[in-house]
Write a protein that binds this ligand. Structure first.
Ligand code: SF4
Length: 331
């Protein structure tokens, strides 16, 4: 059954920080904090659109949920819990900072039916965290993750790639450290530079240049495989596409279908691997899982073109039951 989130954004509210990349208003596309009435309206709208409560969570994203004023936080949770009790929604998901988790707040979240907590880890390199003004350490991520798991919540961790003073080696280290924490889910966000942020300022002064989507895709493809091998579900790869992000972005790795770009890259590598001992200037039939056909061909058939440039004329076709990211070649 398909899982869905009813997303409610709590932008920047209560956040005492000013992370280098963050302009929550742009990312969430919303400037006014959500109210309990907004929660009610969002859930009712979802129900009208036939969302199945049994497979849906009510999700508070966009800020530091456990850092917002306590009465306000409880008012939002009360509004959401009403629908857990009356409509059977599967749970409540919140996102927050690693240094805003303690025993007390976890007990409150438990009482109101929260089932999943996502932490913005962003990096597990303390220097990168410092340079990007995160205001917490990698150890805060480790401690908060352990506490969340000990209290029986589903743990989600979010990481970023291409931050100021980071590089792919440090980002891979972050991914490997995250795997050690055994989260249930991961989100990977390659850095997008937005107007009115510290990264935007650094970019203007020439001090920083974030990797583009094309530069980030091969590396993020590697991360996708790394988490896959550890059986950790990557539920998001790339910032969600929105008009406000498109208006406010001034650099970095924004692409409206970034995950497909990465998955296309995985397929290209798999096919090239299968063809490595094959004769060039010949035509081959390549099979991939039928559901992954468009990913394997790549956006605008870029993989077919890249294979042709290597001397392999490939007809990529779908096949039933082939595992994800696998390719077979008729030689
Ligand atoms: S902690 Fe989160 S909401 Fe606050 S500035 Fe950083 S990214 Fe933005």
């Amino acid at each position: 059954m398909k899982h869905s989130n009813i997303s409610i954004f709590v932008p920047h509210k209560g956040c005492p920080n000013d992370c280098s990349f963050c302009n929550q208003r742009t990312i969430s596309g919303q400037t006014v904090p959500a109210t309990p009435e907004d929660v009610e309206a969002a859930v009712k709208t979802a129900l009208l659109h036939n969302v199945n409560p049994k497979t849906a969570e009510i999700a508070f994203f966009g800020g530091s949920f456990t850092a917002i004023e306590r009465d306000y936080m409880v008012s939002l949770l009360t509004a959401a819990k009403h629908f857990l009790d009356t409509q059977g929604f599967s749970g409540i998901r919140v996102s927050t900072r690693p240094d805003c988790i303690d025993e007390d707040v976890l007990k409150i979240l438990k009482n109101y039916g929260v089932t999943a907590i996502e932490l913005g880890a962003q990096s597990m390199d303390d220097e990168v965290l410092l340079w990007n003004r995160r205001g917490h350490t990698a150890d805060d991520v480790r401690k908060a993750s352990a506490l969340i798991k000990a209290h029986g919540f589903s743990l989600g961790l979010q990481m970023m790639t291409g931050l100021y003073k980071s590089d792919f080696a440090k980002d891979e280290y972050t991914a490997r450290e995250i795997i050690k924490l055994k989260p249930d889910t991961v989100r990977i966000y390659p850095t997008v530079v937005l107007k009115n942020t510290y990264l935007g300022f650094l970019q203007e002064t020439g001090e920083y240049k974030a990797p583009t989507a094309e530069e980030s895709a091969p590396f993020c493809a590697k991360l996708l495989e790394l988490f896959g091998k550890a059986q950790i579900n990557v539920i998001k790869l790339g910032l969600h596409s929105s008009e406000t992000v498109e208006q406010d972005m001034i650099g970095g790795a924004y692409h409206p279908a970034f995950r497909e770009l990465c998955e296309g890259y995985i397929y290209l590598q798999k096919i090239l691997e299968k063809l490595k001992d094959c004769d060039k200037n010949r035509t081959y039939e390549v099979f991939v899982n039928e559901k992954a056909l468009s990913k394997a061909k790549g956006q605008n058939k870029r993989n077919e073109k890249a294979l042709k440039n290597e001397g392999f004329y490939c007809k990529i076709k779908g096949k039933h039951n082939l595992p994800e990211y696998e390719a077979e070649v008729n030689i």
